[in-house]
Design a protein around this ligand. Structure first.
Ligand code: GAL
Length: 415
């Protein structure tokens, strides 16, 4: 009896010291650690706090979420899955396949998710008729962020074609500025590659290469041209790009040290967090030559099974995430657009309004595609194989010809 008491006390102490989630808490594993991302996350924390649900934070730094996914795998293997996990595209399907995710159908049915979440997101949120994750937003990767004063001072308008872009970059370089702010990390190189491939080859080519994984497209002259364009970009970043976090690259544009950053619209969260105004301090426009297309990634929270039933706190989290007011409040701060199609764009700034309009237009014209770099085009094994080749080329290990050959082989092996 005494021993039993002692054990209980030790377990309780351990729970406190490790920060393990209490019954009515949600433990949330995520990679939203930059200033803008943290500001957005606070909207969700606040929402849940208002409902009396505690928040156990489990941040794992690293844009794109690769490091977070590694930590998640270790946690699940140790039999200690977090309650909720930020997750992208094919990773959700993968965990659903392993029967690790809770069934959210009851909440989804009660709240009519089927009617308001678009098919492109359902493809990654519903598996075999079961809702397994709660979509938070829609981001897209084919954006350019520019410092308006820098462009104005150099007589540069937002470039619309690749040729315009080359001219703008050369003008900035001649003026002694860093034309392109970039962080040399594989997922950032790949984020640029999404847009470059779309711009170079067009939507059918993007789909053949990254979604159908067609060896002919992967090994084509068009792909070689895309790698040549990556080499041009590489030649126009600063000397300290290697390993730089994406938000520090955004800061270079914010501070006027660099002209452009090619990055998903989470970059806008950094501009807003720094008090900058779209159209006045910075510009947002689609990567030259991809004005009609959207390469998207949607953040979702996958809820891991904790027992047989969905936990009350998990249902509350899912329901909070899908509520129209949260979808507006969160995405206004994050830089993304709502995952529901029925949310008004009223509260959004001009870039957000454009993001919402572009998404709707791309979806209806067949120009909406999953982002390769952010896990919505192909499973993680293929994504990582593409990362390796793109990064090796970016760092000068391969010329474009070799990169194309390596890409074909790497994708074939990864499947
Ligand atoms: C993406 C994620 C975004 C943003 C970005 C950088 O994968 O979808 O929400 O956080 O990484 O961290």
């Amino acid at each position: 009896m005494k021993l039993n008491k002692y054990l209980k006390a030790s377990v309780a102490a351990l729970a406190i010291s490790t920060g393990a989630a209490q019954a009515a808490d949600v433990e949330v594993l995520h990679w939203w650690t930059s200033g803008g991302e943290a500001a957005a996350l606070n909207v969700l924390k606040g929402d849940l706090e208002g409902q009396g649900i505690g928040w156990q934070d489990m941040p794992v730094a690293g844009g794109g979420g690769e490091a977070a996914m590694t930590v998640l795998r270790a946690r699940v293997t140790a039999g200690n899955a977090p309650t909720a996990v930020q997750m992208l595209g094919f990773d959700i399907l993968d965990w659903a396949d392993q029967d690790a995710l809770a069934d959210l159908n009851e909440t989804a049915a009660k709240e009519g998710w089927d009617d308001v979440v678009p098919d492109a997101l359902k493809a990654f949120a519903k598996v075999d008729g079961k809702w397994v994750s709660a979509p938070v937003n829609v981001h897209s990767t084919n954006w350019v962020w520019a410092n308006k004063a820098v462009l104005d001072a150099n007589g540069i308008a937002a470039p619309e074609t690749w040729e315009d872009f080359v001219a703008a970059v050369e003008a900035l370089s001649a003026a002694g500025l860093t034309p392109i702010a970039h962080g040399g990390q594989a997922w950032q190189d790949a984020t640029i590659f999404d847009a470059v491939v779309m711009s170079t080859g067009g939507p059918d080519f993007y789909k053949s290469a990254f979604i159908d994984l067609d060896a002919e497209a992967l090994g084509s002259d068009t792909m070689k041209e895309a790698f040549d364009r990556m080499a041009f970009i590489r030649a126009n970043v600063d000397d300290n790009f290697s390993g730089r976090d994406w938000n520090l690259a955004t800061a270079m544009v914010i501070n006027g040290e660099a002209g452009f950053q090619m990055m998903g619209d989470w970059a806008k969260g950094e501009f807003l967090n720094a008090g900058k105004v779209p159209g006045e301090d910075f510009l947002c426009f689609r990567f030259p030559g991809t004005q009609e297309q959207v390469t998207f990634n949607a953040d979702q929270f996958a809820l891991f099974k904790q027992g047989d039933a969905v936990g009350a706190e998990q249902a509350a989290l899912a329901s909070a995430i899908l509520s129209p007011s949260f979808q507006s409040a969160f995405n206004v701060v994050k830089g993304s657009v709502p995952a529901r199609t029925d949310v008004s764009d009223e509260a959004f700034d001009d870039c957000g309004k454009k993001g919402m309009a572009d998404l709707a237009a791309a979806a209806s014209s067949g120009n909406l595609f999953g982002s390769m770099a952010h896990g919505h085009a192909a499973p993680a094994s293929v994504k990582n194989a593409i990362y390796d080749v793109v990064t090796a080329h970016f760092n000068g290990e391969y010329d474009s010809e070799t990169a194309v050959d390596e890409l074909v082989t790497a994708v074939e092996i990864a499947q």
